[in-house]
Design a protein around this ligand. Structure first.
Ligand code: 5GP
Length: 120
């Protein structure tokens, strides 16, 4: 699947749509989710045309791959989540429930979260 240059997060990266920014560096932008599922729900996205973890893991420069992980830790500390904990989720593709086709990590926290998945 080719990268869709008109997906919502690509448009946010280009400044065509607004976001409530919490962090930005050379490689990464992070902003509040428009429909929060926890008291704090932040999305962290790489600056680059990566639809999902598959393309990011195979095609992104190592410095950008590292920056995404580093940003998650930095943001969590800045937002006061590090001590009590939080959850990081990346949905990938159809089975993973991914809706926006630009790689994004969800940071969820601010309260004790429910179980990740319902037991089978
Ligand atoms: P996914 O299901 O793809 O892992 O997550 C997509 C996330 O993007 C959802 O949590 C949804 O609420 C969020 N979202 C969708 N459109 C927008 C938007 O225009 N702005 C922001 N900040 N979040 C969005």
């Amino acid at each position: 699947m080719p990268y869709d240059n008109d997906n919502i997060f690509a448009r946010i990266l280009r400044g065509e749509l607004p976001c409530n920014k919490v962090y930005e560096d050379e490689h990464v932008l992070a902003f509040h989710d428009i429909n929060p599922l926890a008291p704090l729900h932040i999305l962290v996205i790489p600056k680059g045309a990566y639809a999902n973890t598959d393309s990011f893991a195979h095609d992104a420069p190592p410095a950008q791959q590292a920056a995404l992980m580093r940003a998650i830790g930095v943001i969590a500390r800045e937002q006061g989540l590090a001590d009590n904990g939080y959850r990081v989720i990346i949905n990938q593709g159809d089975h993973g429930g991914q809706e926006v086709p630009h790689l994004h990590a969800h940071i969820l926290g601010g309260e004790k979260l429910a179980a990740m998945l319902v037991p089978r």
